[in-house]
Design a protein around this ligand. Structure first.
Ligand code: FAD
Length: 313
């Protein structure tokens, strides 16, 4: 049933002229390609249009969310009562390069950017090959893996606060942690990366090598959000670490590979991936498997896994 918020939103949003889709199938826009809908999906074309949306939502107490490329997101079947913002439009998909400083808007596709910078002979982003993301989503999650993280080469992030204030956060004030940052503003708009010059063909070869590694280790073609859980914190340096195990190993050792509820299953290739069927996929089944895995691992090995995947609402 369409969101009960739509009749309230239409007269508020229409005068702004911002491109809006009501009763939007945002679940289908995630990498699970299933899940609930949003009352409204808005495509602001500028910082001032984004500001208008934030003010409007704030003034009327309407929840507001920001969607990237949906690669780390599960939208439950009940959907989202509120405004979802997307920067997946041309004004947010540009970049410039000046003296090895790459300035890129938050809506740009990370994988595309990796290929572009490799072609330009700019090194730094190739460790992220194979990670599906928008730049905004990648920064929010400090996306990365075995070969590096997105935060490493960032020298500035431009954000908007919940009150609509713009902030340019310099490198010294930024902290990139394991799948998180110290950025508190809810909207990431743009970032600078300081890259280094390198041979384009060597960079392209590196991108391919890292992509192939990832493709061999993970079920990339499945409908998932990548790793479902964060790895438990590493033991402090120098401490006895013989017992340290990443989340995938803990799930595997809890005999959960192949565990299924309805249309969702713990991957048999990589236990930290939970994939949903292509036929009649059901987002709530994914949430049920996540819940089961968390409880089963806690029971079996006494570790409370923390979710990496974001669940809306
Ligand atoms: C097959 C597969 C493999 C993956 N492998 C990896 C991997 O190796 N390493 C890794 O780190 N991740 C991996 N992931 C997860 C995912 O790629 C990352 O988390 C990525 O950063 C998500 O970016 P996104 O744009 O899709 O964000 P979304 O999934 O759309 O959103 C994620 C979060 O970011 C927020 N967000 C999005 N855009 C903005 C913005 N502009 N401003 C503020 N907040 C924003 C959203 O509100 C949400 O809270 C994988 C996912 C898949 C499907």
């Amino acid at each position: 049933m369409p969101s009960t918020l739509i009749p309230q939103l239409k007269p508020l949003l229409a005068p702004t002229g911002i491109r809006t889709l009501y009763d939007a199938p945002i679940g289908e826009m995630t990498w699970y390609k299933t899940g609930g809908r949003a009352s409204a999906l808005c495509y602001p074309a500028s910082e001032s249009e984004l500001y208008s949306l934030i003010s409007l939502a704030g003034n009327h107490n309407i929840p507001i969310y920001i969607l990237g490329s949906g690669a780390n997101l599960l939208v439950l079947n009940q959907g989202v009562q509120g405004i979802v913002i997307s920067l997946d439009s041309p004004p947010w998909k540009t970049y410039t390069v000046n003296n090895n400083v790459l300035t890129v808007k938050a809506g740009y596709d990370l994988m595309k950017l990796i290929h572009e910078t490799a072609k330009l002979g700019l090194a730094g982003l190739e460790p992220l090959a194979g990670i599906p993301a928008s730049i905004g989503g990648a920064i929010c999650m400090n996306a990365g893996g075995t070969f590096g993280e997105i935060g490493t080469h960032i020298t500035r992030v431009r954000t908007m606060s919940a009150a609509g204030q713009i902030q340019d956060i310099a490198k010294d004030d930024l902290q990139f942690k394991y799948r998180s940052t110290n950025i508190t503003d809810p909207f990431i708009l743009e970032a600078d990366f300081l890259l280094t010059s390198a041979d384009p063909s060597a960079l392209r070869a590196k991108v391919k090598e890292i992509f192939d590694y990832k493709k061999n280790a993970q079920p990339m073609a499945d409908r998932s959000a990548g790793c479902t859980f964060k790895n438990p914190p590493q033991p402090p340096e120098g401490a006895q670490c013989a017992t340290y195990k990443p989340a995938g190993q803990l799930i595997d050792e809890s005999n959960l590979k192949g565990f299924r509820i309805g249309t969702a299953e713990v991957s048999t290739v990589h236990a930290n991936f939970i994939a949903v069927d292509r036929d009649n996929p059901n987002a709530d089944d994914v949430a049920a498997v996540i819940d089961h895995v968390q409880k089963a691992v806690l029971e079996k090995v006494g570790i409370q896994l923390q979710r990496e995947v974001i669940i809306w609402p």
